[in-house]
Design a protein around this ligand. Structure first.
Ligand SMILES: *[C@@H]1O[C@H](CO)[C@@H](O)[C@H](O)[C@H]1NC(C)=O
Length: 362
């Protein structure tokens, strides 16, 4: 039986988004069987596109390298001919834009009139002072780059896929593997980490070499394929560069639900409400997620919001993704046709090759 060359694609569909999209009910974390996970907060189920992969898939926690399905079951039911995987990048730093907003917020906290800090409101804990003292450890150079945890995400994903499809990932197929990535740093680095994970699969115990020295070669950059949205004129004109395309998002940012949060946060942090806006609040919310995902620490930013706030901020992010990447405008999905055409052509070719081999055998 001929197995077509496994082909792996690497993509960043939403360049502003950090982590997995799927959400998780907080119930599974309460289960006694789950190890106590210090990197989760009550807000974790509401981080949307900034959700930690472990929160979307709690099975990763006990053994991140073990496949979640029984490989034998899969091989019995059907014969894998080719694998095409469209993979998002691993955990990353905030973007420079997010870091600038966080710094702005930090400046507001440090400039508070009660800036001597320690003396909080009567008897209560002064969260504003705690946050003003909380070190701002994000720097501009980090600008959305892959973090060490993100390299692990990719390495472990490669090991899980290789164990799940042992026949496809046979040693003889190794050299036929192709990896395509966008030119985004975090995606190129994710691709390299993925290939290093595979190297471990083929050479257990050996330290992986530089990707340039691997049998399959380094990830190939193809932005036209992987960042199709950047190359679609209609999308650029009607959505990306159109100041009014996200008018529903703008309306929600100034609507009553957000105004309530602005007032609440201004009172909690003791800063003037006029100095706050929805963007700053959203960055504060995601900072809780970034600190958890990257550093594994629960920062005081997580204490600024309750579950009701989290639901509003989750909705704000969903709304933005809906209009910018999702179903809001037809062109959003249509811009991906070139990528899907490429995928289907490779699948068709693999099937054709397999049939031809069978004919020769007959
Ligand atoms: C910008 O978006 C609005 C709202 O969808 C739409 O009415 C308008 O035609 C768009 N402008 C361009 C130049 O496509």
């Amino acid at each position: 039986m001929l197995r077509g060359p496994p082909r792996l694609l690497k993509v960043s569909v939403a360049p502003v988004a950090a982590l997995a999209v799927a959400l998780l009910s907080s119930l599974s974390r309460c289960s006694l069987l789950e190890p106590d996970d210090p990197a989760a907060s009550a807000l974790s189920p509401y981080f949307g596109t900034k959700t930690r992969y472990e929160d979307a898939n709690p099975g990763l926690l006990p053994d991140p390298e073990a496949p979640r399905r029984d490989p034998e079951l899969l091989e019995d039911a059907c014969t894998p001919v080719q694998l095409v995987a469209l993979i998002r990048h691993g955990t990353r730093y905030p973007t420079a834009k997010q870091i600038r907003k966080l710094r702005q917020l930090h400046g507001l906290l440090q400039a508070r009139p009660s800036g001597d800090g320690r003396a909080g409101p009567a008897g209560g804990r002064d969260l504003g002072a705690a946050l003003a003292d909380w070190p701002l450890w994000y720097a501009d150079w980090m600008d959305g780059q892959l973090v060490e945890k993100g390299r692990q995400d990719m390495r472990q994903l490669a090991l899980r896929l290789a164990s799940l499809f042992p026949a496809l990932f046979s040693l003889e197929n190794y050299g036929r593997l192709r990896l395509v990535t966008s030119s985004k740093h975090r995606c190129v680095d994710s691709g390299a980490a993925f290939l290093q994970g595979l190297w471990e699969h083929y050479h257990p115990g050996l330290p992986p070499p530089d990707v340039a020295d691997m049998e399959c070669g380094p990830p190939r950059i193809n932005d036209k394929l992987m960042r199709f949205f950047d190359h679609c004129e209609k999308f650029l004109t009607e959505v990306e560069k159109n100041a009014t395309a996200l008018y529903h998002v703008e309306a929600f940012k100034t609507g009553p639900e957000m105004q309530n949060i602005l007032k609440k946060v201004a009172a909690t942090l003791q800063v003037p409400v006029n100095n706050l806006n929805a963007d700053l609040i959203q960055v504060a919310f995601f900072t809780c997620s970034f600190d958890l995902a990257i550093k594994g620490v629960k920062s005081p930013w997580c204490d600024v919001f309750d579950i009701d706030d989290a639901k509003v901020l989750e909705y704000l992010n969903d709304l933005k993704q809906y209009w910018k990447r999702g179903y809001g405008y037809t062109i959003n999905s249509r811009s991906s046709c070139t990528l899907f055409q490429d995928i289907f052509q490779h699948l068709d070719k693999a099937i054709e090759q397999k049939q031809r081999t069978l004919e020769v055998l007959l």
